[in-house]
Design a protein around this ligand. Structure first.
Ligand SMILES: Nc1ncnc2c1ncn2[C@@H]1O[C@H](COP(=O)(O)OP(=O)(O)OP(=O)(O)O)[C@@H](O)[C@H]1O
Ligand SMILES: [Mg+2]
Length: 114
């Protein structure tokens, strides 16, 4: 995390991952961008489901693998959930809505941001 500090937590269940993610929600501010790093099936989308719950979003959060971007506006602040796995070129970001939403009025969580 910030200032060179590293915080490590290992979760043993999907519920624990979501609960951990939920504790992050109160600290999120508009314009925050979180890149989620981890292999296929690591739990990135599960993590975003927990964040969404913590923001007060009751809608079901599903994987944006095929949509690239799914957005949720029912919570305390808008949540933008990206999955860039299917993008090949940096130029393709233009078409995803990335530049319209990142740094905007909400928080962005990005899978496969690397
Ligand atoms: N501790 C855990 N935390 C989160 N998910 C877990 C955990 N243990 C097992 N799982 C399982 O791992 C899978 C995680 O799926 P998820 O879609 O969140 O992964 P992902 O990192 O988003 O993958 P992808 O890169 O394909 O989008 C789920 O099937 C979930 O049930
Ligand atoms: Mg995912």
């Amino acid at each position: 995390m910030a200032n060179g500090l590293t915080y490590a937590r290992k979760t043993a269940s999907t519920e624990a991952t979501k609960q951990l993610a939920e504790t992050l929600a109160p600290y999120l501010h508009p314009g925050d961008v979180v890149v989620l790093s981890g292999d296929l099936g690591a739990g990135k989308t599960q993590f975003v489901q927990g964040v969404a719950a913590g923001l007060g979003i009751s809608a079901q959060v599903t994987s944006p693998t095929f949509n690239i971007l799914l957005e949720y506006h029912q919570g305390r602040i808008p949540l933008y959930h990206f999955d860039l796995y299917r993008l090949d070129e940096q130029d393709e970001l233009e078409d995803t809505g990335y530049y319209d939403t990142v740094d905007a009025d909400g928080v962005s969580f990005i899978e496969w941001g690397e």
